[in-house]
Design a protein around this ligand. Structure first.
Ligand code: PEP
Ligand code: MG
Length: 526
């Protein structure tokens, strides 16, 4: 057999994986609307699909569920609901929110009924609300076979998240970015990945190797010689981890070590007791379509699951950081906005998430983090939404609690003016965006790594100034710089005492911290 062909690439996530190549179709334009149909027609079709799904369910062996399903089909066939949702669409509401808003009104009426029989129906309506929602903006992407090496120009975060990586596999991108969101997900799940390999030809299903350690793709890998792709955390993560998320520098200063989470299932393999909790949950990777964004129950279940896992430790959920390079499937017309600005421009999205978080707020130690904050008024406006939704929940008798609300510090203007953000309860430094906006450089730029090279001194100066402006409020760092052990000394010296890192980096950052003094100098004997 001819010698294997080695293609030079850039490493984006360490580890080596071998498997059959899956050649992806070119990506469709991001956030394109799902169809050219009018909102009315889209809703009509979604309802028909939901009815068909229910009829299929009814054809199954479970006779007990028949009554409920028949009732649900009857409700879906009732023109009153469609007309009410139609009126909201005519008033300019997006179809998913028009449907969710209409059904929420119905559900609330049932919940407040005097009759127990009617109150019990609320959950059946909730079920059909969600069924239609998931059909409506269901933009699910084709999955690829487990254990394959995904080969393509780029990859959507939702495709990464929907895929089962437990059988191994890896990613080789012709273009892509080592600091893009998929790379970030790959590192957190220890999926080997390389980017910038350039267009290459391989037959689909031919075995190839992705070497994320050396930044190489190897073609013509013989199946017999293939090492099974590894899943799990890389070698470093098998090192013993102390049994709590708080540790001390060599000279005895306490430091907290939390994890960044992108999808709720990521925590399953990590004992909560080895962490100080979740310092950043990127909710936009768990709530990936407009129908998810309209789905309060789905979101509540996600936050609840993380809080259960954390068992009293802090769980910091960042509200949807959507817009820009993180489009929400099905959301159109707001492409120039991102993060909190988009949430304030589309308050119907913020309100659903706020309700889910308020309801989760009864479980201990939830914190809410606002993305891409630039001005103090943005926190005040978001807080007002929380107050209004909290009073509505009180009126309905739904248990809830208002969690502390903090902000990402990832816009340079905000970092410079941190003392003005009186209404923020805590701060978390996002060095990925902070660096790109400080240097007028897109984070996707090839060769641009926010925690390495020429950008570092200016970022560190900004961070240490901002820590001083934080006025004693809790401060942490969740950008990629926190996960790089070669930067731990600088960050300690800048005054950071809480690191939130990719789970796979816990052991490396733990070792770095214990070998350093609080001022970042090396401990004696190191
Ligand atoms: C950051 O900008 O550093 C950050 C943590 O947010 P994200 O990477 O999700 O943009
Ligand atoms: Mg960011």
């Amino acid at each position: 057999m001819a010698a294997p062909l080695r293609l030079k690439a850039t490493s984006a996530s360490p580890g080596v994986a071998t498997g059959p190549a899956y050649i992806a179709e070119p990506l469709a334009a991001a956030a394109s609307p799902p169809s050219n149909l009018s909102g009315h027609a889209e809703l009509g079709n979604a309802i028909k699909t939901a009815i068909r799904e229910l009829q299929n369910l009814a054809a199954g062996p479970d006779l007990e569920g028949m009554d409920i399903i028949e009732f649900q089909i009857e409700v879906l066939q009732d023109p009153t609901l469609t007309e009410m949702a139609g009126a909201r669409i005519d008033a300019g509401e997006n179809v998913a929110f028009a449907w969710a808003g209409t059904l929420d009104g119905y559900i609330r009426e049932l919940e407040c009924s005097e009759e127990e029989r009617l109150r019990a129906r609320a959950v059946d309506i909730l079920d059909i609300k969600n069924r239609v929602l998931s059909v409506l903006t269901g933009t699910s992407l084709d999955d690829f076979p487990a254990g394959s090496i995904y080969v393509g120009r780029d990859m959507e975060p939702s495709r990464f998240l929907a895929h089962d990586w437990s059988a191994g596999g890896g990613i080789a991108l012709y273009a892509g970015s080592a600091v893009g969101h998929v790379a970030l997900l790959a590192r957190s799940r220890s999926v080997p990945m390389v980017v910038g390999v350039g267009q290459f030809t391989t037959e689909g299903r031919q075995h190839i190797e992705v070497d994320g350690d050396s930044g190489v793709v190897v073609l013509q890998t013989a199946r017999e010689n293939a090492t099974p792709a590894q899943f799990g955390h890389p070698a470093t993560s098998t090192a013993p981890i102390a049994d709590n998320g708080s540790l001390h520098t060599a000279d005895g200063e306490q430091v907290l070590l939390s994890i960044n989470v992108n999808a709720p299932g990521e925590v399953d393999s990590i004992p909560a007791a080895t962490t100080a909790g979740i310092g950043l949950m990127r909710s936009e990777f768990a709530v990936t379509s407009l129908s998810d964004a309209a789905n309060e129950e789905k979101q509540f279940a996600i936050y609840r699951r993380l809080l259960d896992w954390a068992d009293g430790r802090t769980v910091t959920v960042r509200m949807l950081d959507i817009g820009g390079d993180k489009p929400l499937a099905g959301l159109t017309g707001a492409s120039s906005l991102r993060g909190v600005r988009l949430l304030l421009a589309r308050p119907e999205i913020a309100r659903v998430q706020a309700r889910a978080l308020l309801r989760a707020g009864i479980f201990s130690n939830l914190r809410v983090l606002l993305p891409m904050v630039t001005f103090p008024s943005e926190i005040d406006d978001l807080r007002q939404i929380y107050r209004e939704e909290a009073s509505e929940l009180t009126r309905r008798g739904v248990p809830h609690g208002i969690p502390p609300i903090g902000m990402m510090v990832e816009v340079p203007a905000a970092a410079l003016m941190l003392d003005r953000f009186e209404s923020a309860d805590f701060f978390s430094f996002g060095t990925n965006d902070l660096t790109q906006y400080l240097f007028a450089s897109a984070r996707e730029d090839a060769g641009f790594a926010p925690h390495q090279g020429r950008t570092v001194p200016a970022v560190l100066r900004l961070l240490s100034q901002a820590v001083k402006l934080a006025g004693g409020k809790p401060v942490s760092i969740c950008g990629d710089m926190a996960s790089d052990p070669s930067r731990t000394a600088d960050l300690l010296a800048a005054g950071i005492r809480h690191f939130s890192v990719a789970a796979a980096r816990l052991p490396a950052i733990r070792s770095a911290i214990v070998g350093l003094n609080a001022d970042g100098t090396k401990a004696a004997g190191e």
